[in-house]
Design a protein around this ligand. Structure first.
Ligand SMILES: [Zn+2]
Length: 344
């Protein structure tokens, strides 16, 4: 039986991004409620979040950035027009990053196989030296760096949030030990994530961006993930898969224009698990990023949890040709030099 951990903490609801901000505490309740409604809550093992240590944060952030976020304690501090910390946000951000590191510890120690984390604030836009795009600390990057620190040689980050995870990309841009793969709307916030961005130096080829036009749905995403992400991931053969799980590519999300449904998120989860089926021996840690429609977070979150628990729907036979063929050709042309598995 697959053992799946679940992380939640009251502090994740105490991060105040600002009045009327779409990144609101109810998002965590939506995810938790979706798991309960789907009858999954009892199948998950709950763990408390613990704060990230300063050593863990400093693996991916500068001292100045950590100090600046810490200085928001007890007050409101605005980092950019979209991103602010309230009086309890520093504590929440520490716990969000620490929860990912804790989940990495537990899966590496074999206590659990997989984990799902209902964390706030999100992380994937946070740069080494700057808060950005609702994100204070880069939770998943802290988790990946922690796994490397613990001796892993290959970690893959799959980021299916509808926005490009510019912070995560930037932190590992020249690092061949971390394969960062992102599907995202493009052009769109934050403006990065084009096919020209493939990593640099020794990390050349270890950043895989899959920019997408708006309006893609389950079938399109399934093809992108089955035909591009899965072969690259299997070829890299990570020892751990981390997932930046944003649910803002869901149909009806107020910030974006993609058309995924619960079925599509089930498919994305299956691809992440397939990639984790080699050297990772199933080890997969999934952290909440964006997603601003509450019922979509509930539905899509439940689909991800079902997948992690090995209770996902039977695979569908997705079409092998369609409107996104030119897009897939562009991906293959860009990444075939690095990943010969994409030939043919
Ligand atoms: Zn997003």
């Amino acid at each position: 039986m697959v053992r799946v951990g679940f992380y939640d903490d009251p502090a994740f609801r105490e991060h105040d991004a600002g009045l009327g901000h779409p990144e609101r505490p109810e998002r965590v309740d939506a995810l938790v409620g979706g798991l309960a409604d789907a009858g999954l809550a009892d199948a998950l093992t709950r763990f408390p979040a613990r704060p990230a240590t300063s050593a863990e944060l400093l693996r991916v952030h500068t001292e100045e950035h950590v100090a600046r976020v810490a200085s928001s304690r007890g007050r409101t501090l605005r980092f950019d027009p979209d991103t602010q910390a309230g009086p309890r946000s520093y504590e929440a951000a520490l716990l969000a990053a620490g929860a990912v590191a804790d989940a990495v510890d537990r899966v590496l120690e074999g206590e659990i196989d997989r984990a799902l984390l209902a964390v706030r604030p999100p992380g994937h836009h946070a740069l080494a030296d700057r808060a950005m795009g609702f994100c204070l600390f880069n939770n998943v990057a802290v988790g990946a760096a922690h796994a490397l620190f613990r001796g892993l040689a290959r970690v893959m980050i799959v980021d299916f949030d509808v926005h490009h995870g510019n912070g995560t990309q930037d932190i590992f841009y020249d690092d061949p030990r971390v394969l960062y793969l992102s599907s995202h709307a493009f052009p769109f916030y934050p403006g990065t994530g084009s096919l020209d961005e493939v990593g640099e130096g020794r990390g050349h080829g270890f950043t895989v961006n899959l920019p997408m036009p708006a309006g893609l749905g389950d079938e399109d995403y399934a093809r992108v993930y089955r035909e591009i992400a899965e072969p690259i991931g299997r070829a890299f053969d990570p020892e751990l898969v981390l997932v930046s799980a944003g649910f803002d590519a869901h149909r009806g999300d107020p910030l974006a224009g993609m058309d995924l449904t619960r079925r599509g998120y089930a498919e994305l989860t299956e691809v992440c698990l397939a990639v984790a089926g080699g050297a990772a021996r199933g080890r997969t840690v999934v952290a909440l990023e964006g997603g601003y429609r509450l019922d979509a977070i509930a539905q899509a979150g439940a689909a991800v949890a079902e997948g992690l628990l090995g209770r996902g729907p039977a695979p569908l036979a997705w079409p092998s040709a369609g409107r996104i063929d030119p897009l897939l050709d562009a991906y293959r042309e860009t990444y075939r030099p690095f990943w010969p598995c994409l030939a043919g």
